[in-house]
Design a binder for this molecule. Structure first.
Ligand code: ADP
Ligand code: MG
Length: 591
């Protein structure tokens, strides 16, 4: 066999396999180039998921005509000159292969203007420049791609469906929107504006744009700095989660990364307050000296190598923990009087008695020691609790329960702030989140059935959804029927005619949207898990809301069912209840 050198165009087609892994990767490379060119406005447009058309236009520094030609050549880059430059790299690109490879496997129109009066527009097909004409727009660059992979039909076949390609592009754009706050983005999909960041101010606004289902109140800022590292961003409260990691966005020096250890560190930061199978929404920025990371290890650059990984993960965890603690939704602080009195005494003895005032002041709030007295999980039941429940409390319960079980029973006391049921139990004073509790019960009930009851809508109505969502409804109709939804489908019109019986009509559309989000994972994740998630969504949307008034009877019924189903004893969803132990109260009141 003779060894031959491969012709250049074959080499480039092979290289295209690494760069063009889908329409999203083309969008990614082009937008990164625009960011590297200091743009403050980037417009992204796709048609048919990007398979038919992709455009990325920016107002960056642009290129002079000779440079525009050069940019199409393999391994041409303006970003590094020698290998040491990699050490201090602060741009996205450096391989100089994106434009040339994309050009090699598409029909491209590349227009750019730099500082000179006139720029140039090149018509390129399969890497060959077919024509050139002057370009007079203001400075900046525009790249249009038609028929991606048209000349490598085998590879074009590997592109996914229009809906999936389009969704992956949208997710890519979301990440840019979240991480480049000083750049405005306009994203148009099949002639519809999906995102326009103009008018947003800051990360919170952008997070709300990308995740309209979140409310501002659910977002917590975080910031932490250590040696050569800075962490910032936003998180959701531990009670506001989803069932997959799709909402966790981690950026290292502006680059989106998908690195298990980082996501794990983020989740660890939540500690106990984040229950198994629940994941927060997060936009997490990790900033390091460029010399502390190596981004050159992953072809799609979704992972980075850290000089001191343990320190990075630890700092992320700490940052999250501090942010969560500040909100303090899961612990209450009790002044430990005994302790503080003792310390005060010691101080007094040390001083000469003349500085009484001083010590009094010092023994104030600063002397408090705080103690964690509550547990989101209910398991830590103590046999020898000093708390004795009145006998009459047991009247309503069957006679057959054992002494031990009795201790677990609870007595309804009232409702606080229209959202927390108060009760007493063997362990102390119980506060129960009425929504979480109801949700949990509905979920258990739903799980006992295979098909959910459906309820016909008196007034069916048309759903105005973006294309991708509509496609999902078409393809997942069977599953949605099982859940109790029904639609009339004609062409691309979708009319909702029935919804799950449990579900209040006013939350039907919102619920459907969340379900579609979950259904996208079908086929990727274990079927049972997906079904579980779907049921959890319906349960959540059907449960009584915070602020819904429950009468005593309803509240009692809720508590009883929680108790019967043993859900208070071992919840594994988000926390349902909190307990304040009597000995903690006694200590507080110096009894
Ligand atoms: P890399 O980004 O790795 O340098 P590319 O093939 O993506 O390689 O781009 C090659 C070169 O073309 C870049 O180094 C840059 O000089 C120029 N370039 C590409 N896109 C733009 C743009 N949007 N604005 C200005 N210059 C660009
Ligand atoms: Mg590039």
């Amino acid at each position: 066999m003779r060894i031959k050198e491969l012709p250049a165009d074959v080499v480039r087609k092979i290289a295209a396999g690494e760069v063009v892994t889908g329409c999203y990767s083309v969008v990614k490379e082009l937008v990164e180039n625009s960011i590297d060119a200091n743009s403050s406005f980037i417009e992204i447009e796709i048609k048919s998921g990007g398979k038919e058309y992709i455009k990325v236009r920016d107002n960056g520094t642009g290129m002079e005509p000779d440079q525009t030609h050069l940019a199409l050549k393999p391994h041409s880059t303006s970003k590094i000159f020698n290998i040491d430059d990699l050490e201090t790299l602060s741009t996205f690109g450096f391989r100089g292969e994106a434009l040339s490879t994309i050009a090699a496997v598409s029909r491209m129109t590349l227009s750019s203007r730099g500082e000179e009066k006139m720029g140039t527009t090149l018509e390129v097909s399969a890497g060959e420049v077919l024509s050139e004409r002057p370009f007079f727009n203001p400075h900046g660059t525009s790249v249009e791609i038609f028929d991606l992979l048209f000349n490598t039909p085998a590879r074009r076949k590997f592109l996914k469906s229009t809906a999936i390609e389009g969704r992956m592009v949208s997710e890519m754009v979301q990440r840019f929107i979240l991480s480049f706050l000083n750049i405005d983005f306009l994203y148009v999909r099949d002639s519809q504006v999906v995102y326009d960041t103009r008018g947003t101010a800051g990360l919170e606004d952008r997070t709300m744009l990308v995740y309209p289902e979140l409310s501002r109140r659910e977002l917590i800022p975080l910031s932490e700095s250590g040696e050569q590292i800075k962490i910032g961003g936003l998180l959701t409260l531990p009670t506001r989660t989803r069932r997959n990691r799709v909402g966790e966005n981690v950026f290292v020096n502006g680059r989106y990364v998908r690195q298990f250890e980082l996501n794990y560190a983020l989740e660890r930061g939540y500690g106990e307050s984040l229950q198994k199978g629940n994941f927060p929404f997060a936009v997490l920025f990790v900033e390091l000296e460029p010399s502390q990371i190596d981004v050159n290890i992953h072809p799609q650059k979704l992972e980075v190598k850290f000089a001191s990984p343990a320190q990075v993960f630890e700092t992320v965890k700490r940052a999250v923990r501090t942010a969560i603690k500040r909100v303090g939704s899961f612990t209450i602080n009790v002044i430990d009087r005994e302790n503080s009195a003792k310390k005060t005494e010691e101080k007094y003895r040390e001083s000469d008695g003349l500085h009484e005032r001083k010590y009094v002041r010092e023994a104030g709030p600063l002397e408090r020691t705080t103690k964690k007295v509550s547990q989101p999980v209910f398991g830590s039941y103590k046999q020898n609790t000093p708390f004795n429940i009145e006998k009459r409390y047991f009247r309503n319960f069957p006679q057959t329960i054992s002494e031990e079980e009795r201790e677990d029973k609870i007595r309804f006391l009232g409702v606080f702030a229209e959202r927390y049921l108060m009760a007493e139990s063997g362990e102390g004073l119980l506060l129960i989140d009425q929504h979480a509790a109801h949700e949990r019960i509905l979920y258990e009930r739903l799980k006992e059935k295979s098909n959910l009851n459906s309820q016909k809508l008196l007034q069916p109505f048309e759903l105005v959804f973006e294309l991708g969502k509509k496609e999902l409804i078409f393809s997942k109709k069977g599953r949605l029927l099982e859940l109790g939804f029904d639609f009339e489908l004609e062409d691309d019109k979708i009319v909702m005619v029935a919804i799950p019986q449990l579900l209040p009509a006013e939350s039907a559309v919102e619920t459907l949207e969340v379900l579609l989000d979950e259904l996208r994972l079908e086929g990727l994740e274990d079927a049972e898990k997906v079904l579980d998630n779907l049921l959890a969504v319906i349960a959540c949307k059907s449960a009584v809301r915070t602020g819904d008034k429950l009468d005593t009877g309803q509240a009692r019924a809720l508590l009883d069912e929680l108790n019967e189903r043993k859900l208070l004893v071992c919840p594994h969803g988000r926390p349902i209840s909190m307990v304040i132990r009597q000995d903690d109260l006694d200590r507080y009141f110096s009894r």
